[in-house]
Design a protein around this ligand. Sequence first.
Ligand code: NAI
Ligand code: HPV
Length: 387
Amino acid sequence: MRKIKTIDDITKDGAVEFGNGYEFVDKAEDADAILMRSTDLHGYELPEGIRAIARCGAGVNNIPIEEYAKRGVVVFNSPGANANAVKEIVLAALILSSRGVVQSMQWVRDNAEDPNILVNAEKAKKAFVGRELKGKRIGVIGLGNVGSKVANACVDLGMDVYGYDPFISVEHAWALSQSVQRVGTLEDLCRGCDYLTVHVPSKADTISMISTEQLDLLAPGAVLINYARETIIDEDAVDAALREGKLSWFSCDFATPKTVKMPNTFITTHSGAGTGEAEANCADMAISELKDYLENGNIVHSVNYPACSMGKARAASRIACLHANVPNMIGQITAILAKDNANVQRMVNESAGENAYTMFDTDEHLDATTIEALKQIPAIYRVRVIK
Ligand SMILES: NC(=O)C1=CN([C@@H]2O[C@H](COP(=O)(O)OP(=O)(O)OC[C@H]3O[C@@H](n4cnc5c(N)ncnc54)[C@H](O)[C@@H]3O)[C@@H](O)[C@H]2O)C=CC1
Ligand SMILES: O=C(O)C(=O)COP(=O)(O)O
């Protein structure tokens, strides 16, 4: 029986299904793998037995992925599985930031006792006059799973859409409408925008990427939308821009001690991915990633190890080595296998950044001393006997 520990409510109704051969455990100490969402694992004491973590969702800034890589723990996410949910809430934010919908509804509630409300509403409505999105200029920062969908939807709304993403994938470049105009610098993107929306991960080069310098380039009375992470905007700069009227509105998904005090701001409860469909998509993807890794050693959608696949484990034995991406690893591994006279059927070696993965099938089971010798190679973080 393989054992799974869940952290966070993976779905609203609690339903998560791994199928035969798996059971859920209460303590991470008893588990082989963790299925989780947004809990911050920095400072968490990860038990030695954990081999893999799957984050149901896109952002992994809540997980110390490099530290875990060095401990031989593969971290997965579920790219794209919640992107449509985020796209839809960003479209809502665009409209709510432009049309006084919430304020007008509030007026109606506040005047519910007025017997002449129908007539008085006609007089009140001028306070809620907004502007249309059609023809306005929007800058989209990050054209990945969410950003590319948002950009295309804004084209469909008749907006003048500009995109900035120096690392755009070929897949997302293909998916982008030809009407989205790509620009080469953040400054060129921001210049003259009526709307700016951010869809980048939180990492060293995106922390506070929207600050006074960028806000000053926007059109007067622009709208800023942040459904990515709170760290991406400089909160003091956004607060000042709102108070000075440089920004007319700010919509974000992150209630921080500072955002909650900002004027002209709508804040949701980190609900960008909060649909039943997104929860189910993320859980399905994360569960199949964990199962393929635990049962076959295959790695799909990892954020700290390379993709690597040898299909189902059918040979007598399958071994996986998680190690540093340094020279002569294959030489050292095969030298140990040669000593054991092991016949390797297939071997795959892949690397990504500082980390690498070597997986091989052999005709017979390796003996314990061979496995121990593999573990003793200095740059090896973990050896898994999958079968
Ligand atoms: N509010 C919510 O519930 C949700 C928030 N998110 C956040 O949104 C982020 C984006 O999500 P996805 O689009 O699914 O991720 P993704 O990985 O598909 O796309 C991110 C894009 O940002 C680009 N990028 C990276 N660094 C950049 C930089 N310095 N400048 C410009 N572009 C840069 C990448 O090249 C990539 O195309 C996630 O990392 C997460 O933090 C994602 C899903 C739900
Ligand atoms: O996918 C992401 O990055 C998100 O922010 C969604 O997070 P959640 O699963 O709603 O905790």
